[in-house]
Design a protein around this ligand. Structure first.
Ligand SMILES: Nc1ncnc2c1ncn2[C@@H]1O[C@H](COP(=O)(O)OP(=O)(O)OP(=O)(O)O)[C@@H](O)[C@H]1O
Ligand SMILES: [Mg+2]
Length: 593
């Protein structure tokens, strides 16, 4: 099972997350608490009026007018209570919703600052659970939890004061069982925290499992794995339910015990209070009023358990959110970024080593080369040789050491992240499209682009004609992640999106692998004409489409094995020659079939 994180061990330090919002909405909070105080004070008036009426009756001095006066006063109090209740609900519950909204905004904004290494560790489902379930728990604690706590405190103190006014001795007797409740709450709250943390973590697993199942539904069906997947889901769901029951067992103990304590107080009051009435120390009206106050005290007692539960949940969830809020992006801007050098962009790698976190083998080692401004260079190599890694580094997705990557002679670490990213148009190997229209997908990075510009990019990528053939042309919606398109169409739309950005550097990571060879070759050959002056790095697992590029670099096990144009490499690199001939043979065999 997931280990308890230090950050989640206590939510108390995480309170800092909501402190600024509490300050910002303090007038709402103070107004709400004021209305709550008014409700409680007005409520305390009712037993006093009841006492008056009972004493009139007991002494035989009751008149119709006196009774009507008491009734009317109670009515006025009741109306006042209802009005104030509305006000506190509106203000305090509104406060908790505002805090929730701002916290969610902050959380989202912070997520956007984090980079690949973070998301590699934290699954999307877990993040979604935080943004829904955990934020919900914080909202509940900041709304109803706060109300119940304030209400219980005000009511508890005020009711006890009124009881003490009637009889201090009887009050002392009535509150004898209460410390038991405080002790119990203290003992149980640690357990409550642990079990709630487990519940929330299990919910994260459940959410992540559902998300990954739904996003890979096609694969699942192709491999007829629906049954086993449903079974795994069921197992996770059962675990979640059991964790919830274990949690319910804890707060299920708190509630009945709070009620029991209240009833023990009542029986003590009836016995000892009754004796005081018999002895003439207090009147029957006092006795009735005292019991009414005791009932008022029952709610705060019950609330102790409930509030402890709500606060503990809120704090636990806040701790879980805080863990993400404390995560820093692994890439940061330098303290004093240099201006990006003007002109065509030259990329130079100097003895570049790179190892992924937690991996023993470097993904890239001793890579040194220069891609001059405006050059179109191909990159080939076997699977796992480090091609994508190099693309990630150039697109500034992972941190690199100082002095290994230079753009126009300036160390990449001396430039701001945005300055570099704004100059790179990057097409990742796994194409990502949005559930929107074709036009919106191509124009994603450049919302100002005109229809002509979008079409021009599509033409460069040899996809324009096919788009026109779709039912609604460029306005055709492509379904979730582009499910309505073929693999090659998706890749070319993703490439068009990058080309439309018209940036000085273009990095294409094997993004035409599903396109037929001739089309890939046509597109790559066209780049020199359509994108003059742009520095392009084109990864391809097929050599043939790269034949016309000025230079091809060959990676093998993270090392730059050879570089040169196609003819040179055929002549000098046995590795390249073998790779090329194998691909040619494979192609001829396919053509013969
Ligand atoms: N995020 C990652 N974390 C850890 N190791 C990784 C990660 N991405 C890649 N690797 C490892 O780094 C090495 C190089 O991977 P890379 O993706 O760069 O290969 P590639 O040349 O692009 O392969 P392909 O042609 O299959 O796309 C591989 O051994 C791979 O297992
Ligand atoms: Mg790759």
């Amino acid at each position: 099972m997931t280990q308890q994180q230090p950050g989640a061990a206590t939510g108390a330090s995480a309170l800092g997350l909501i402190r600024p919002f509490v300050r910002q909405y303090s007038s709402r909070l103070i107004g709400g608490l004021g209305a709550l105080l008014a409700v409680d004070l007005l409520q305390l008036g009712i037993p006093r009026l009841v006492k008056r009426a009972v004493d009139f009756l007991a002494h035989g001095t009751a008149s119709q007018i006196a009774l009507a006066q008491s009734a009317f006063s109670i009515f006025l109090l009741a109306v006042g209570i209802a009005g104030c209740r509305f006000v506190w609900r509106y203000l305090i519950l509104g406060f908790s919703r505002l805090v929730e909204r701002d916290l969610r905004d902050d959380f989202f904004r912070h997520l956007l600052t984090l980079d690949r290494p973070f998301f590699q560790k934290k699954p999307v489902g877990a993040i979604m659970a935080l943004a829904t379930n955990d934020l919900g728990a914080v909202q509940l604690a900041g709304g109803m939890g706060l109300v119940a706590c304030a209400d219980a405190a005000i009511m508890g103190i005020a009711a006890m004061a009124c009881m003490a006014y009637i009889s201090p001795r009887l009050t002392l007797i009535a509150v004898i069982p209460m410390p038991l409740l405080a002790l119990l709450t203290r003992v149980l709250s640690a357990r409550l925290h642990r079990r709630f943390l487990k519940v929330q973590e299990q919910f994260s697993h459940l959410t992540e499992f559902a998300r990954s199942t739904i996003t890979s539904i096609r694969l699942l069906k192709a491999y007829t794995q629906e049954g086993s997947q449903a079974e795994s889901f069921n197992r996770l769901g059962r675990q979640y339910q059991q964790d919830n029951i274990r949690l319910a067992r804890v707060h299920g103990t708190l509630f009945p015990i709070s009620g029991l304590v209240g009833n023990i107080s009542l029986l003590l009051t009836i016995f000892f209070g009754g004796r005081l009435v018999i002895g003439g120390a207090i009147t029957v009206g006092d006795f009735v009023a005292f019991i009414s106050y005791l009932y008022m005290l029952t709610w705060p007692m019950m609330a102790v358990g409930w509030v402890a539960n709500l606060f503990q949940r809120g704090l636990t969830s806040l701790g879980r959110l805080d863990e993400v809020m404390k995560a820093n992006p692994t890439l940061a801007d330098p303290a004093q970024p240099l201006a990006f050098p003007v002109g065509q962009t030259e990329i130079s790698l100097r003895n570049l080593h790179f190892r992924y976190d937690g991996q023993e083998q470097p993904a890239l080692a001793e890579v040194s080369c220069v891609i001059r401004g405006g050059e179109i260079v191909g990159l080939v190599g076997r699977s796992g040789s480090g091609k994508s890694t190099l693309c990630h580094l150039l697109a500034r997705q992972y941190p690199v050491e100082d002095g290994v990557i230079f753009l126009n002679g300036v160390d990449i670490n001396r430039l701001s992240l945005a300055a570099v990213r704004e100059r790179v148009a990057y097409v990742p190997q796994d194409v990502l499209l949005f559930s929107d229209t074709v036009a919106a997908n191509i124009g994603f990075g450049n919302p100002e682009a005109s229809q002509e510009q979008i079409e021009a990019a599509a033409r460069i990528c040899r996809i324009h004609e096919e788009i026109l053939g779709f039912s609604e042309g460029y306005q055709t919606r492509i379904g979730e992640r582009g499910v309505k398109l073929s693999g090659g169409q998706r890749q070319r739309i993703a490439l068009a999106r990058a080309i439309l950005l018209d940036r000085p550097m273009l990095i294409i990571d094997d993004s035409l692998s599903a396109v037929d060879l001739e089309t890939e070759q046509e597109i790559i050959s066209g780049l020199a004409t359509f994108l003059p002056g742009r520095t392009c790095l084109i990864v391809s697992h097929r050599i043939a489409p790269l034949r016309d590029t000025v230079r091809i670099m060959v990676l093998e096990e993270g090392r730059l094995l050879a570089q040169g144009n196609h003819a040179e490499l055929l002549a000098t690199s046995p590795f390249y020659r073998t790779m090329y001939h194998q691909q040619q043979m494979h192609r001829h065999r396919e053509e013969e079939l």
